[in-house]
Design a protein around this ligand. Structure first.
Ligand code: SF4
Length: 255
């Protein structure tokens, strides 16, 4: 068994949710097929990335509509959606759900007034000696530092089960990566929940940045120790009902 040489903020979140799921996905590399929800997210991300490439004055609902139609055929989304193993709705339902998320962006910001400095930006860095790699949805250089944002097309995590630290961990990890790679401070991180629509923000402070760095180091140590012992515990929770490895029988807890 070989530990991955790089970790990403999302792989760290996976290990913290369930070490066994991390092993099955990141070490055994058993693929997890896309779902309706992941496809909605990917299609929305793709269209919004193209929206921010057009001239600011042209970032209108009509442009969005034509970009969505364009990306739908260029990336063959109809075929991708039809290939899903579970289809909770029709192609029309998929388009309606995705388009609602896209137009909800206007409730969170005016795209004509928003200039982004980077999208789908790859960051590689060593954070406290841990090699990290990942992609940031979007960022801007603000007056007091970088503002990192992440589009979310799913539900807002229930605060009963997800702490604020966990909710913002991935974005704080990116802030730590940018600081390590480019020596640029991050001012704020932002979760843009397009389905709702609502934006949740957190000011980056030395304290929450240090907690995120500590989580990165602790997780790396945990993964290395788990690999050397060959032990990846199953964390059986309600979330297992959404885990691919439960249905395939790959998870030892459900064999
Ligand atoms: S089914 Fe549950 S315990 Fe098993 S890998 Fe998935 S999340 Fe972990």
């Amino acid at each position: 068994m070989e530990a991955p040489s790089y970790l990403s903020p999302s792989s760290i979140a996976t290990y913290r949710d369930c070490p066994q799921k991390f092993k099955l996905s990141r070490i055994d590399k058993i693929p997890q097929p896309p779902t309706w929800a992941t496809h909605v997210g990917s299609f929305v991300h793709e269209v919004l990335e193209h929206l921010y490439q057009v001239d600011p004055d042209n970032r209108t609902h009509d442009t969005l509509k034509s970009l969505a139609a364009d990306r739908w055929s260029v990336s063959d989304w109809e075929q991708k959606v039809n290939a899903l193993t579970e289809l909770p709705g029709s192609i029309k339902d998929f388009k309606v759900q995705a388009f609602k998320c896209m137009t909800n962006l206007w409730h969170l910001e005016d795209p004509r007034e928003t200039e982004l400095d980077g999208m789908e930006h790859e960051v590689t860095a060593e954070v406290e000696g841990v090699a990290m790699k990942g992609f940031i949805d979007r960022f801007v250089f603000g007056d007091n530092g970088i503002v990192i944002s992440d589009y979310k097309t799913g539900k807002i995590p229930n605060p009963k089960f997800t702490s604020e630290d966990d909710k913002f961990f991935q974005l704080l990890a990116y802030a730590a990566m940018i600081e390590a790679a480019d020596e640029e401070p991050t001012e704020r991180v932002q979760l843009l929940y397009l389905g709702v629509p609502v934006s949740h923000e957190l000011a980056v402070t030395p304290v929450n940045l240090s907690i995120a760095k500590g989580t990165i180091v602790e997780t790396r140590e945990g993964i290395d120790a788990a690999v050397s012992r060959g032990e990846f515990p199953c964390n059986v929770t309600k979330l297992c009902d959404w885990c691919h490895y439960k249905t395939t029988g790959d998870c030892p807890a459900f064999q």
